[in-house]
Design a protein around this ligand. Structure first.
Ligand code: BYC
Length: 469
């Protein structure tokens, strides 16, 4: 299949004049489309979707709206504009000019990080494969599809880097990105959270709130990279990522709102009564939060990590918003860690994963505060809360240390017995699944979620955001 480059793949990487890159992409694109048909949004190929497509990096170009069929979405390749005379902002190469090519000695490390980042993008599309079949409204269905096509584009962004900068190894890795699959027992996705099923919309909203926010922090740290094409690619991806977290925050907020309305309608906050009324009770929302937050915390890696130290030292991966710090070299600084054995002082470079995780937790708290304000305004004492970062961890110092959600150590037997009270039980999931019925009449909303405050791009709520054909 030959590609009309300016039309089919909007880009600002001069694709039309790069024969090597064209050949690599020509080879990869049909495989991507096969993957999309098989693993992308189920039974959606003929739907007309009101999509935002990036056709340039300027204010007009990055958000061009219109109806399109998803397989015809123009998966573009965009790097944020080059900053003249940019220098490396951290680590041992602090102040040196950024690299336009990957330094040979850092090739393996860069490839590993780009592959890990790239792997999460198609993974999330696979996780959400069947969600469209139970959408609560056309508005939500469109947002799901928007998120899916942009994750597809983010995969393209990483494949571009692999094809343009890593030769044959890069081409092989790009193929592997389509051959691992979320939850596959033989060839799973690389990071744990991306193998968890997302089979209901409450999980989808939690995932876009908590897991996409890991994406925000990881992309911000890669946006600091000394390898300029990677930094510019990630900077542009961040513009799209904001919408995914918006979907998560407003999604959870609307579930909370509907729960509060139900409590008012029945004059009770009894969780079972709220459920009988067709809404999701607040304790269930808390358990879903506990699950997705703790799983997402693992995505930052171990508290003490020689990988993280070496990524920082060599200029591969900085801290999100590196300019907020005074010391960008961190060769002598230390960091105090909470480990199960007590407080421990470690080299700051080795603690970079934990530095990022702590900024992430602060960011997560903002939305929780807003959800709690709704609950408080409705006159209820219940409060949602992020669990302790020591709870239910699988990676790092706290892995397999049994604690309760407040972080208090408990015995293994109690931990296992009480887990059903802390994360969604089979019965919780079955209940939530029973609520998931497809609503596709324009302007209508499923009974378990409140409508959003406004439509997309100033359109009314009853606009037909997806025409299912
Ligand atoms: N699950 O020294 P360690 C997104 C592995 S989300 C499984 O502790 P390191 C998105 C690790 O790979 C952002 N394995 O940590 C969101 C390593 O394995 P190898 C994705 C894990 O290396 C929603 C070993 O344990 N981007 O974009 O400092 C929708 C020891 O590692 C996990 C990135 O993650 C885990 N949770 O840091 C769509 C950025 N954690 O190499 C998209 C790129 C660790 O020894 N990745 N391991 O076999 C990285 O920067 C780093 O690889 C990590 C780990 C932060 C993930």
């Amino acid at each position: 299949m030959s590609i009309n480059y300016s039309e089919r793949i909007p880009n600002n990487v001069d694709l039309a004049n790069d024969r090597t890159l064209q050949r690599a992409l020509e080879h990869w694109q049909p495989k991507f489309l096969d993957w999309w048909r098989e693993m992308g949004p189920h039974d959606s190929a003929s739907a007309d979707v009101y999509l935002r497509t990036a056709v340039g990096v300027d204010a007009q170009g990055w958000a061009s709206y219109g109806a399109a069929k998803m397989p015809d979405y123009r998966w573009g390749i965009f790097l944020a504009d080059r900053v003249a005379d940019r220098t490396i902002g951290f680590g041992d190469h602090f102040g040196e000019p950024v690299w336009q090519q990957v330094p040979g000695e850092l090739r393996t490390q860069f490839r590993r990080i780009i592959v890990t980042q790239g792997d999460t993008e198609p993974a999330s599309v696979e996780q959400q494969h069947r969600l469209g079949l139970t959408c609560p409204s056309l508005y939500d269905l469109r947002n799901l599809f928007q998120v899916n096509v942009e994750e597809g584009r983010h995969l393209w962004a990483m494949v571009y880097l692999l094809h343009a900068h890593f030769g044959r190894d890069g081409r092989e890795e790009a193929e592997e990105l389509l051959s691992r699959h979320s939850g596959d027992v033989d060839k799973p996705r690389i990071l744990g959270t991306f193998n968890e099923p997302i089979s209901d919309w409450l999980s989808f909203f939690m995932f876009t709130y908590f897991t996409d926010r890991d994406g925000k922090f990881q992309l911000k740290s890669l946006a600091e990279s000394g390898f300029d094409p990677l930094a510019r690619t990630c900077r542009f991806m961040l513009t799209e990522e904001a919408h995914h977290m918006f979907v998560g925050e407003t999604g959870v907020g609307r579930v909370v709102k509907r729960s509060l309305e139900a409590m008012k309608e029945i004059g009770s906050d009894d969780p079972q009564a709220v459920r009988n009324h067709g809404a999701i009770d607040l304790p269930t929302i808390q358990r879903y939060m506990n699950f997705w937050f703790t799983s997402s915390l693992d995505l930052f890696g171990s508290e003490v990590s020689s990988n993280a130290a070496s990524s920082f030292a060599s200029g591969i991966k900085g801290r999100p918003d590196e300019t907020q710090y005074e010391d960008h070299v961190c060769s002598d600084a230390t960091f105090t860690l909470e480990s199960p054995q007590g407080q421990e002082s470690v080299s700051l470079r080795n603690a970079m994963n934990e530095v990022m995780r702590q900024s992430y937790i602060k960011d997560c708290e903002l939305g929780v505060r807003r959800w709690n304000m709704q609950i408080q305004r409705a006159g209820h004492a219940f409060r949602l809360a992020l669990p302790s970062p020591h709870f239910r961890r699988s990676i790092g110092a706290w892995a397999n240390v049994p604690t309760d959600p407040q972080g208090k150590p408990v015995g293994r037997e109690e931990y296992e017995r009480r887990m059903v009270d802390w994360i969604p039980s089979e019965a919780d999931r079955a209940f939530v699944h029973r609520l998931m019925k497809r609503v596709i009449e324009p302007g209508k909303m499923a009974g378990w979620i409140a409508p959003p405050d406004r439509g997309i791009n100033n359109l009314p709520m009853d606009y037909e955001y997806v025409r299912l054909n």
